[in-house]
Write a protein that binds this ligand. Structure first.
Ligand SMILES: [Zn+2]
Length: 296
């Protein structure tokens, strides 16, 4: 499975770690050629030709901290952390999805990474250890506490998302907030002290009462709302009896291969299938299902 097919992966910027760690080089690159990613709160600003809008460092607010996103050729790319972050910062924002739909894969990935970084900086201005103000360091890939000297790093939250298979059928569930007819792969955050395999097994047991074995990794996706890493897995179940945890899911049930194939053909036309509506191509669950259908 190629990176390019996964939404929010495949940025064309060079992350240039050697620049982050070199304040002189970073200052040298913060010149008139440097580009500033324009954001509206956390939403992308899209130009009339459907691309990310960029300004120069002269467009940055005087008080704003700058995150070094990477190099586009010789040019350094930055995003600014606004002094205060207002507006809608959640993913449930139709205007955001409309804007993202116009971006090509590389730009969507650049935007997603920048969004996660700006959001993290805006929410970590104070030290989690002692409460004193923190300052941006290493081009924004670190924050340091001025008082207790603690170092803080941008967080990535691992989430397992899994297809469970029994006798050629696949277990999918729906949350109450899903539009009618939508089903997707079960998912849940990895907890401290767990392997990915253990997190998959625990989540499926908690949400659907199903025990799994032979967990394997399939595909992953950065999901910038605010900073998840979706880890797509596959597992087998021996006993198909489902007991739904209604505090998490409205329903979970088995779908046949024919039903999944039908739903995947339908979602390619942005339609629901006869048994359920599959997740859209922006979701890693879509790629898990596509992988499963293709492997036969
Ligand atoms: Zn501190």
């Amino acid at each position: 499975m190629t990176l390019q097919t996964i939404a929010f992966a495949g940025s064309r910027l060079d992350r240039a770690d050697h620049v982050r760690c070199n304040p002189d080089k970073l200052a040298e690159l913060s010149n008139w050629r440097a580009r500033l990613l324009l954001l509206d709160g956390l939403d992308p600003v899209v130009s009339p030709d459907g691309r990310l809008a960029w300004g120069t460092l002269a467009d940055a607010d005087a008080e704003a901290e700058l995150v070094f996103l990477g190099l586009d050729g010789e040019r350094a790319c930055f995003a600014q952390v606004p002094p205060s972050l207002n507006g809608n910062v959640g993913p449930a924002n139709p205007r955001l999805w409309q804007a993202m739909a116009t971006l090509d894969a590389g730009e969507l990935a650049t935007y997603g990474g920048a969004r996660s970084m700006v959001d993290w900086h805006a929410r970590h201005r104070f030290c989690a250890r002692c409460g004193a103000p923190t300052a941006l360091a290493k081009g924004g890939w670190q924050r340091n506490c001025g008082s207790c000297k603690a170092e803080h790093f941008p967080r990535v939250d691992p989430v397992t998302i899994m297809l469970v298979e029994h006798d050629g059928n696949i277990l999918l569930g729906r949350q109450p907030r899903f539009p009618a007819g939508n089903y997707s792969a079960l998912a849940g955050f990895v907890e401290p002290g767990e392997s990915i395999e253990e997190a998959v097994a625990r989540e499926v047991l908690e949400e659907a009462g199903v025990r799994v074995r032979d967990v394997r990794y399939v595909v992953s996706q950065p999901w910038p709302f605010p900073s998840s890493l979706m880890i797509g897995c596959h597992a087998f179940a021996d006993d198909p009896t489902v007991t739904v945890d209604v505090t998490e899911l409205e329903d979970a049930r088995w779908f046949t291969r024919a039903e999944v194939e039908d739903a995947m053909r339908a979602i390619a036309r942005l339609e629901g299938g006869s048994a359920f509506r599959a997740p859209p191509p922006t979701a890693v669950a879509h790629h898990l299902l596509r992988w499963w259908v293709a492997k036969g």
